[in-house]
Design a protein around this ligand. Structure first.
Ligand code: DHB
Ligand code: FE
Length: 289
């Protein structure tokens, strides 16, 4: 059977992608950000998944105000890196897993979560920057991403957005779906976006390191309680774009301890301010074998 072996959490700042694509990762400003991922690029070599279920948000790239799915699962065979206004990132095309994605759609929709099924979608920095952070720079002419990816887009851009509580419950349904897929697959689930940041308005530039640190503590140790936080607290404490953090609760809800198993092992934890306008947070949690 397929198994969720680990969850990975990371911010997805577009300037991080630009720093990689323009070979600036060694500059003093960026070195401090990328240093937090040195461990992770090693870790993923020795914990190589077959498939990553990648929870992210589309930033009005594939979707727009014309069409706003709350939860959208990518069931296509491949997904092209999107042109977000300055050309597509020079990264490999993302290869999907249509069979597993369709199975998850079937199972999760039968568990009463109304997913939108997406058979064609370009993927923006929300998905490609976490891939680059974990896999390093790849030449799209010669190299492929080292695993398949099921994109799972969550609306955290246009209100009303889903609650942390619903995201956490959805993670549990995703776990059940993955673990009922009849093929031996090593699956990881990634939750991306955050941490505190606000890109617009009077509080643009807001960072709240203390709140972020507590969020990481609680995500590890008391996720069910953390899932009860109302939207207004994310926005007040972590800024308008801090609401992206509800996506981390989908990944956390899919871990074994939530279904009665052992607590996960914290393989890695990193936090750094700033990267562009954002506080960068990163966690790797492993399910115990
Ligand atoms: C920034 C962060 C984001 O999450 C995003 O989607 C766009 C920009 C930033 O920090 O600049
Ligand atoms: Fe974002």
């Amino acid at each position: 059977m397929a198994r969720i072996t680990a969850s990975v959490y990371t911010s997805h700042v577009p300037a991080i992608g630009a720093a990689i694509d323009h070979h600036k990762t060694g500059e003093p400003y960026w070195r401090k950000v990328f240093a937090g991922y040195d461990f992770s690029r090693q870790w993923i070599q020795s914990n190589r998944p077959d498939v990553v279920f990648l929870v992210y948000n589309d930033h009005a790239t594939a979707f727009s105000l014309e069409l706003i799915p709350t939860f959208a699962i990518g069931t296509a065979a491949q997904f092209r890196p999107a042109d977000e206004g300055y050309g597509a990132r020079p990264v490999p095309t993302v290869v999907g897993h249509p069979e597993l994605a369709s199975h998850i759609a079937q199972s999760v929709i039968q568990d009463d979560f109304d997913l939108t099924i997406v058979n064609r979608m370009d993927v923006d920095h929300g998905l490609t920057v976490p891939l680059s952070l974990m896999c390093g720079e790849l030449d799209p002419a010669k190299q492929a991403w080292p695993f398949k990816v099921i994109p799972f887009a969550v609306n955290v851009v246009q209100y009303p957005v889903p609650s942390g509580r619903r995201c956490f419950a959805l993670g549990q349904a995703i776990r059940k779906a993955v673990e009922s897929f009849d093929e031996d697959l090593n699956v990881q689930i990634w939750g991306t976006g955050g941490m505190s940041h606000q890109l617009q308005g009077a509080r643009a530039g807001l960072i709240n390191a203390e709140w972020d640190s507590r969020f990481l503590d609680r995500l590890i140790a008391e996720p069910a309680t953390l899932a009860q936080l109302p939207h207004v607290e994310y926005v007040r404490e972590a800024g308008s774009e801090g609401i992206e953090l509800v996506m981390w609760l989908i990944a956390r809800g899919a871990m074994a301890d939530i279904a009665g198993g052992a607590a996960p092992r914290v393989a890695h934890r990193f936090y750094h301010v700033p990267a562009s306008n954002t506080a960068v947070g990163h966690l790797i949690l492993e399910n115990q074998a």
